[in-house]
Design a protein around this ligand. Structure first.
Ligand SMILES: Nc1nc2c(ncn2[C@@H]2O[C@H](COP(=O)(O)OP(=O)(O)OP(=O)(O)O)[C@@H](O)[C@H]2O)c(=O)[nH]1
Ligand SMILES: [Mg+2]
Length: 301
């Protein structure tokens, strides 16, 4: 097996934390995983550094601060005995923001995507204000969303914009700009970019990784239900583009806890490190983060 994965996700979507936990998992051998470490090769400084932060409950560095890193892990499939190198580019989320806002992407990314064996697309479950309905959003705007009073028809535009009203309007109104796009619109833009040049048009395997799943777990909903309820645009896009994306949705808790929750960190620290990890899908639940990689690599049935 020679495998290239593409890791995508907006800033702080959980990409590096996943890689850190994955490296710890396959390197330590604490838990039985479908894919295990075959051999050490290449520069492991970055992987060891992020795994060290992960083990000691420190935030992994933001990729924009350390620079993009390409990581290769040599894996062995326990079920088939196949060996090979799995390649993961760890890019800063800002790269994907730029693709959405500036409509530009790097040639290397286009090349990686043309040879990839599957995409891991991270979405952080801990996003706020992105799920508001128009009514809820209006209620948060200055003025509390109260219905505007009907103006008498005979008032001129000048009257309406004059004096105090115009002054308030300049204070509270901002020109729309791409940076104001909500997360789910960005995600759909990034996915729909694959449907036109410069990207090669073909059916792709896509693992949607809902990260920070520990924050959602107790609500009892499944990752599929979460996506449908919280990011309906993404959910509908995937359902109506089955011909372009064969997708699977996973809830991933790579870190296990919120790092500023001292009590939860204290509890998690008593466990074997790999036990913090949880990955949930419609079919399975466990600690094996290699499950989505195996699914991405599996042949079309
Ligand atoms: N609660 C919880 N938080 C998580 C989990 N995984 C990541 N986080 C948090 O999510 C934030 C972003 O994590 P990163 O792994 O740095 O995300 P990234 O996608 O690599 O971010 P960039 O490098 O900036 O693109 C951090 O504050 C993490 O602590 C998790 O499993 N649970
Ligand atoms: Mg990162």
């Amino acid at each position: 097996m020679k495998t290239s994965f593409v890791i995508m996700g907006l800033p702080a979507s959980g990409k590096t934390t996943f890689l850190a936990a994955l490296w710890h998992l396959v390197e330590s051998g604490e838990t039985e995983c479908r894919l295990k470490l075959d051999r050490y090769d290449g520069d492991l400084t970055y992987l060891n550094r992020i795994a060290q932060s992960w083990r000691t409950f420190e935030k992994v560095p933001r990729t924009s601060q350390v620079g993009d890193v390409n990581v290769t892990i040599h894996l062995l499939d326990r079920a088939t005995g196949e060996k090979g190198a799995a390649f993961f580019p760890d890019l800063a989320g800002e790269t994907f923001d730029q693709q959405v806002e500036g409509r530009r992407c790097r040639t290397e990314f286009v090349e990686q995507v043309s040879v990839d064996d599957g995409i891991l697309f991270f979405i952080n479950a801990d996003v706020k204000d992105d799920f508001l309905s128009v009514t809820e959003l209006n209620a948060k705007l200055p003025g509390g969303g109260a219905e505007p009073e009907a103006e008498p028809a005979e008032k001129s535009a000048e009257d309406l914009l004059g004096g105090e009203v115009a002054e308030k309007a300049t204070v509270s109104m901002h020109e729309w700009e791409p940076k104001l796009l909500p997360v789910q619109v960005r995600v759909v833009q990034l996915l729909s970019d694959f449907l036109r040049p410069p990207f090669t048009l073909r059916r792709r395997r896509l693992a949607v990784m809902i990260s920070a799943w520990d924050l959602i777990r107790d609500s009892g909903i499944s990752p599929d239900q979460w996506l449908a309820a919280k990011m309906p645009l993404v959910d509908q896009f995937l359902k109506s583009n089955e011909a372009s994306f064969k997708h699977h949705i996973y809830g991933v808790s790579a870190q296990g806890v919120r790092l500023n929750d001292r009590e939860a960190v204290g509890q998690a620290a008593k466990l074997e490190s790999s036990r913090r990890i949880q990955i949930v899908s419609a079919e399975s639940e466990g600690h094996d983060l290699t499950v989505p990689l195996v699914w991405l690599m599996s042949a079309d049935e």
